[in-house]
Design a protein around this ligand. Structure first.
Ligand SMILES: [Zn+2]
Length: 266
């Protein structure tokens, strides 16, 4: 069956001598892979038409029994050229694409993933991405994955947390607990002495706002709140993706946006 969709290139790899496989997050079919015959040949009509961070119109033969479909035609709709010329922007975009790829299985995706990735890459390509952009992307992505706990109540006893009350995020990256429950939950608040501690009321409010779809991006967060939220999101990403250790891709992207922010502030 010949299908048409719009996809964002997440990852490409060579197959055999001349073919390549592209992994895409598409608008209608979720995450899928297409084999592009002859893509690596200098004379290929597919050459330069498909790459990471591109948004492309895809025309492919769907093979129901396999994960890899056959690309017939691919037409770039947005190149995001700056992501190829500026290594910092590239590293940041790479993290967004990595997070999308790593967190989603092949197959249909829920509503919102494609639009969020498209928006995130556009922001990076348009130089408007700062540290808060990255955190907002993560918070909203985790919310779409269903991995963002409610910030207003305890994940265990369900009690609503008062404004300004601390919540204790699970050390495994899942859940947010009241002080009473935190002690009962294995791993919650573990390692508080090493800088891992409760999330303040201001931190909870900021994270809830970042995770909410449809809100305009606010200018930066206060430094203390930023630190809290950044640390909690790091745990949540590692928890949602079942990483054994904090993501190196994330650390690299954060270092870049934070350094840029510092330069702009001088
Ligand atoms: Zn509780």
């Amino acid at each position: 069956m010949l299908l048409k969709d719009v996809g964002i290139g997440l990852r490409f790899y060579a197959v055999g001598n001349t073919s390549s496989v592209g992994v895409w997050l598409t608008r209608a079919h979720g995450k899928l892979a297409t084999r592009m015959k002859g893509h690596q040949r200098a004379t290929s009509r597919l050459l330069g038409q498909a790459d990471v961070f591109y948004t492309c119109e895809l025309l492919f033969y769907a093979r129901e029994t396999r994960n890899v479909h056959i690309m017939k035609e691919v037409t770039p709709l947005a190149w995001r050229q700056r992501l190829r010329e500026d290594w910092r922007a590239c590293a940041l975009a790479s993290y967004l694409a990595w997070l999308a790829d790593r967190s989603m299985p092949f197959g249909p995706a829920g509503e919102g993933f494609f639009a969020l990735l498209e928006e995130g890459l556009d922001q990076v390509a348009n130089r408007s991405a700062g540290p808060a952009t990255l955190l907002r992307f993560e918070a909203r992505w985790l919310a779409l994955l269903g991995a963002m706990p409610e910030m207003g109540r305890c994940s265990r006893c369900g009690r609503a947390l008062a404004a300004g009350e601390d919540g204790v995020p699970g050390a495994d990256g899942h859940g947010l607990y009241c002080r009473d429950c935190a002690g009962e939950v294995v791993g919650a608040g573990e390692g508080a002495g090493s800088g891992w501690a409760a999330l303040s009321g201001a931190g909870r409010a900021a994270l809830a706002e970042l995770a909410e779809a449809g809100l305009p991006e606010r200018a930066g967060l206060p430094a203390g709140v930023y630190r809290e939220v950044e640390a909690v999101l790091g745990r949540m990403v590692a928890g949602a993706l079942e990483l054994g250790a904090p993501s190196r891709e994330r650390a690299a992207a954060l270092e870049i946006v934070e350094r840029r922010e510092g330069e702009a502030g001088r």
